[in-house]
Design a protein around this ligand. Structure first.
Ligand SMILES: Cc1cc2nc3c(=O)[nH]c(=O)nc-3n(C[C@H](O)[C@H](O)[C@H](O)COP(=O)(O)OP(=O)(O)OC[C@H]3O[C@@H](n4cnc5c(N)ncnc54)[C@H](O)[C@@H]3O)c2cc1C
Length: 430
């Protein structure tokens, strides 16, 4: 095979991982092509939409002055739901109101397009409506990508195809999680004028909140999410696939049932649903990170299993952005060295191991197993909402001391051994 390359680097997928890699490489003066199967970046992407601020600010300084964003997040709410009750922890922090902002909401069609435009302005070529089907192989060396009869030859290829990981598998790098470590996410987008969003949820202009919800999902591990955008709302439910199958439940039925909860009804009332989508998410965590490099190839983002679900944190987009940036930086070094075998591409793994992406996945490596415990999604929401009812209800009779009522209620409702087991599990994993 001739070694006339079309590009230094070909990147598969214009999600956060691929575009971040393309931007980094283009800024570094490299010839890079970003290939996306959608008609535009973000067309095929489903996401709740809470993005932490620092990584994007490193990629695009003062990013908030631009158009890719919805609202900055000052409030995070975590709600436990049971039959007709809800208990919500409302964490409001005015420090998060200052640039570079701790978190912002994004809608993927807008955010992905904006980021891709930045990569294009930096010099990356973007090829849309093109499905990469295979690689150009020379022995066990990857020398580019194939789409139908079209071939693009490149010294290096970065796979950033998201959770399907089909090409990651073709490259011999995939480490697929077990079925219990896949979730299905259902998402709806609702339209609501921005002034109504602000008055209804008590927000200032451009300010937003996120609300994660546990419980009231037929006992399936997972949880709901709700984010305020400029003039839309992102609302959805993430459900463990194995438990759904085991209970012979349809995700759409569980979602419809979830939506009947009075707490949720109030969140979405009078808003008009304008979009519905669903997607799978790998939640295996650290143990299921794929092999990150091979001969002529690197893999970044969700394609490599880089998604953290540790209950309080659900992070995928900022992991993808950071991993893509590191893949881009590693590619620049590899191109300089000229060693495209796995001996050379290993640099990427070394770099990634020093990043928060790898370190956080390692810190929370037991979280996936702990969050697979049904009790967390059934017993505890019932326990907390029931306990609060018990403590607050007025029966017209003398009250007992709060601690006595609480301990009595917990002991009556929960198996003490399970409680101890979960406390130890929680301590060790999250
Ligand atoms: C419902 C839902 C809610 C979520 N909420 C959040 C959240 O609030 N915060 C957060 O940080 N993360 C969230 N995530 C996770 C987050 O969306 C992902 O972790 C993140 O998008 C991963 O980025 P990526 O670039 O690796 O992959 P993706 O965003 O999936 O991008 C991959 C791209 O590759 C393209 N592609 C795939 N195959 C090919 C091919 N063969 N040829 C050409 N192009 C191809 C796709 O079209 C896509 O554009 C959520 C996910 C879901 C499903």
């Amino acid at each position: 095979m001739s070694t006339d390359y079309d590009f230094d680097v070909a990147i598969i997928g214009a999600g956060p991982a691929g575009t971040s890699a393309a931007l980094t490489l283009a800024k570094g003066g490299k010839e890079v092509v970003l290939v996306e199967r959608g008609q535009y970046p973000g067309a095929k992407n489903v996401s709740g939409g809470a993005l932490y601020g620092p990584v994007i600010n490193e990629l695009i300084p003062n990013y908030w002055e631009e158009e890719g964003f919805e609202r900055f997040l000052t409030t995070k709410k975590i709600s436990l739901l049971s039959d007709n009750k809800a208990v919500t922890i409302d964490i409001n922090n005015q420090n998060f109101k200052e640039p570079p902002y701790n978190g912002v909401t994004v809608t993927r069609p807008k955010f992905d397009r904006w980021l891709a435009k930045k990569a294009e302005e930096a010099g990356a070529m973007i090829l849309l409506d093109t499905v990469v089907e295979d690689f150009v192989w020379e022995g066990d060396q990857i020398l580019g990508i194939k789409s139908g009869d079209d071939i693009i030859k490149s010294k290096l290829t970065i796979i950033a195809e998201g959770s399907s990981a089909l090409l990651t598998e073709k490259a011999g790098l995939a480490k697929f999680p077990k079925p219990e470590h896949y979730a299905v996410a259902l998402k709806e987008t609702y339209e609501l004028p921005s002034d109504v969003i602000e008055s209804r949820y008590g927000l200032e202009k451009n300010e937003g909140f996120s609300n994660e919800m546990i419980g009231y999902a037929e006992g399936i591990p997972g949880g709901g999410f709700f984010y305020t955008n400029r003039d839309t709302l992102s609302f959805g439910l993430i459900l463990n696939l194995k438990k759904l199958t085991k209970k012979k439940l349809k995700s759409t039925d569980v979602f419809e049932q979830f939506k009947t909860h009075p707490y949720i009804q109030k969140l979405i009332q009078d808003a008009k649903m304008i979009e519905y989508s669903s997607h799978t998410i790998p939640e295996g965590g650290f143990k299921h990170i794929s092999k990150l490099y091979g001969n002529g190839v690197l893999v970044a983002g969700e394609a490599a299993g880089m998604l953290l679900n540790a209950g309080l944190y659900i992070e995928g987009m900022n992991f993808a952005l950071e991993a893509g940036k590191i893949a881009g930086e590693a590619a620049i070094e590899i191109l300089k060295m000229g060693d495209f075998s796995s001996n050379g591409t290993k640099i990427y793994e070394n770099k990634l191991k020093k990043s928060f992406v790898y370190k956080d996945l390692k810190t929370f490596k037991r979280a996936a197993k702990f969050l697979d415990t049904d009790r967390i999604f059934t017993k505890y929401p019932d326990l907390i909402t029931g306990l609060m009812e018990k403590l607050l209800i007025n029966t017209g009779k003398p009250r007992k001391r709060i601690v006595k009522t609480a301990v009595g209620y917990v002991l009556k409702t929960m198996n003490i051994l399970s409680l101890i087991k979960d406390a130890i599990g929680g301590w060790r994993s999250i």
